[in-house]
Design a protein around this ligand. Sequence first.
Ligand SMILES: *Cc1c(COP(=O)(O)O)cnc(C)c1O
Length: 440
Amino acid sequence: MKPSHPTVNLPASKTPAQLDQAIVWHPYSSITNPASAYLVERAENCKLHLADGRQLVDGMSSWWSVIHGYNHPVLNQALRDQIEDFSHVMFGGLTHRPAIELCQKLVEITPQGLDKVFLSDSGSVAVEVAMKMALQYWQGKGKPDKTKFACLRGGYHGDTLGAMSVCDPITGMHKLFSQTLQKQHFIEKPHCKFHEDCSEHDLQDARTLLRNNHQHIAALILEPVVQGAGGMYFYSPDYLKQLKMLCEEFHILLIADEIATGFGRTGKLFACEHAGISPDILCLGKAMTGGYMTLAATLCSPSVADGVCSSGSGAFMHGPTFMGNALACAVALASIKLLLESNWQTKVLHIEKQLDRLLSPAATMSGVHEVRVLGAIGVIELDEAVDMAIIQPLFVDAGIWVRPFGNLVYVMPPFIIDDNSLEYLGSSLLDVLGRYLANI
Ligand SMILES: *Cc1c(COP(=O)(O)O)cnc(C)c1O
């Protein structure tokens, strides 16, 4: 019998929602003063069905990932088929077709020159892997002093310690840990916006920083063109192109974190394509499995791989237990095939047009700073942070799932969303926002 413990007191009479509040931790939340979470019973296509019978049109794609919508028959079947063979085997000394075919597909569709693939469990780990690759590369090249990273202000790369160190120190949500984190080199957030060119002046801060510190910098890490959780900001592809050239000039590797932008979200299959560049190292995650399983990948060029494997004992020193999980690989492969066989680019551009039309009127509301849309991403930036306790129930009552953070109210619906649902999402969002802003 388990010893009884005075603080464990969970009577069976509690509802699932009460149990959730008592014992289940949610992202970036307090468990001693918990906010309520909505109980999902079923999800299908672009709709979430709550236990209380309400239906919500999904504006979030479950944080960029569910691009084909929920409960997709093709993805369901891919998992069923794989489960009948095996779900997982260790990746040390063993391999399998789902992993091989997935890696081959990733090499084929990602920007040119990224030929080697390291699979891992989540986006943050893929970033850790990328950072370790960069460090081992310079060890292999006889430059062990290159131990620091350059990064952009406004960037977000994950929640583990290494990844946190390259997130924006203020908007990155990790201020509390600043004493523990490695000190990295931060470049000003790019001023030139998506449709603008990038002048020498825009590049000044990056050039100065890289010129003065390149002996110590292993790599520059950035989210190409779209900064996600650090501010939902779209910057000039020209800036990215110029940064890539600076990296070459100063012998610094470029790590592109496409965990959020990969697989079509910005209107290109990968956001690097807006600038026509190939990074030395690329991180993928989120939409890779269509939001079904957690899986991430770090790709690198043969030259980076050579450097990495001429350091130390010749091995890359990372190997997660669930590396290459067969279920995750099988559903990722099915999701990528589904994407490539769909006319995704037309759909994303159509969503872009609709979001532009539906959200633009918000620009004239008092309290709205800017409205911007790129690909299947629509952002309304407010002057002040929203009060989640007020606005979240308003969205749910209106029948839409939108989850703002800080002063950013944004949507990035599944690519398969139909016109009626998209119209409903956009008009309800504006209606709620208008009422919210009028009453604060
Ligand atoms: C979400 C995200 C990560 C972290 O991925 P997790 O799977 O949450 O660990 C890293 N980089 C970017 C750009 C992201 O959007």
